[in-house]
Design a protein. Structure first.
Length: 339
């Protein structure tokens, strides 16, 4: 890569590279800015499948089609064209900054000596990611904390991926799995399933969405125990629920946590809780609880094991003063702002 880029730095010109997220592929879900940038572009570069998704928008333009594994080639080609004074739209499905072309393009540009003050202008046009477009088709699975993990080990060592799966599963994140399976990579999804089954029940809801908002869209609702038996490929996103996620009427929902504070039948506040205030088991309440456990003879090691937190963190909590609770915040209008 370095040799290719070193030859580019000798070129001159003024141009622009736009990193465009085209969303799931259906033009109805593409942003107005994405359409504008593609319309303004002299050249459009992208993976062959993505080029097909915007075919109606790029007639008459210079089109550069690249294969799946040619991400660096796409970025280098975009830089070459921009140095010739052209406006280049480098397209990604979803969002260019989420497993898209923004990362490799920055690497190529920095290697070539580019800075934001250089002659070549750079714009990133955000787009809806596979994670939230797939979620929109199956209900509200991402209402609480979530993460995304790619199972592709083409560039990332498997132990790194496995540690991330372990961390997400043990911390009870809703998890979206990108690149879950391909013709050559068939074992990774089984390993991910095994790690999650160590922390989640076999009945944990799972949604598998293939080609969201495209003509061959397919949605399959299943469970953690049965997900590996489903039709999963490179065009699939796998959404694994957390310990509270449920399915009702075919819709996958992860509660935000309102039931911890409010009675769901009438919205009244539960005993010991106050609207607009941290949960009684929030930071201050938990620190007070831990301080009481210390006073009763518990050790940092005991509580680190109980709460699944680092020993050093419990040592920090041990040194904290016992929180003082005040009702002052309840009278503060800002404290009652919904999150």
């Amino acid at each position: 890569m370095s040799e290719a880029i070193s030859t580019l730095t000798n070129a001159t010109g003024r141009g622009k590279i736009s990193l465009v997220g085209i969303g799931p592929g259906n033009q109805a879900h593409m942003t107005r800015r994405a359409r504008e940038v593609i319309a303004e572009a002299d050249s459009v570069i992208g993976y062959v499948t993505y080029i097909k998704l915007v075919a109606e928008l790029i007639e008459g333009k210079e089109i550069v089609r690249k294969s799946m594994t040619e991400e660096l080639d796409r970025a280098i080609h975009a830089l070459e064209l921009a140095q010739q004074g052209k406006k280049v739209a480098l397209i990604s499905s979803g969002d260019a900054g989420v497993y898209g072309m923004a990362g490799p393009t920055f690497e190529v540009l920095f290697q070539a000596g580019w800075t934001p003050d250089s002659d070549i202008e750079l714009e990133i046009v955000p787009g809806a990611t596979a994670l939230n477009t797939c979620a929109s088709l199956v209900g509200a699975p991402l209402t609480h904390d979530f993460c995304s993990i790619s199972l592709s080990d083409l560039l990332t060592p498997w132990p790194v991926i496995a540690r991330r799966l372990h961390a997400a599963a043990s911390a009870d994140f809703v998890c979206g799995l990108y690149n879950p399976k391909s013709g050559r990579r068939t074992q990774q999804i089984l390993e991910a399933q095994a790690i999650f089954l160590h922390y989640r029940t076999p009945e944990t809801p799972v949604a598998i969405v293939k080609s969201a908002y495209r003509p061959k869209q397919r949605i399959e609702m299943t469970t953690l125990a049965a997900m590996a038996e489903c039709d999963i490929g490179m065009l699939s996103t796998v959404l694994i629920g957390n310990s509270n996620t449920f399915v009702r009427h075919g819709l996958m929902v992860t509660p935000r946590g309102y039931a911890n504070k409010y009675a769901m039948e009438d919205g009244s506040t539960k005993d010991g809780e106050k609207a607009g205030r941290s949960l009684s088991t929030g930071l201050n309440g938990w620190v007070a609880q831990v301080q009481a456990q210390f006073a009763a003879g518990a050790t940092c090691s005991d509580l680190a094991a109980e709460y699944g937190l680092p020993l050093s963190y419990l040592q920090r909590v041990q040194q904290m003063p016992v929180p003082e609770f005040s009702d002052a915040a309840a009278d503060d209008p800002a404290s009652n702002t919904a999150e």
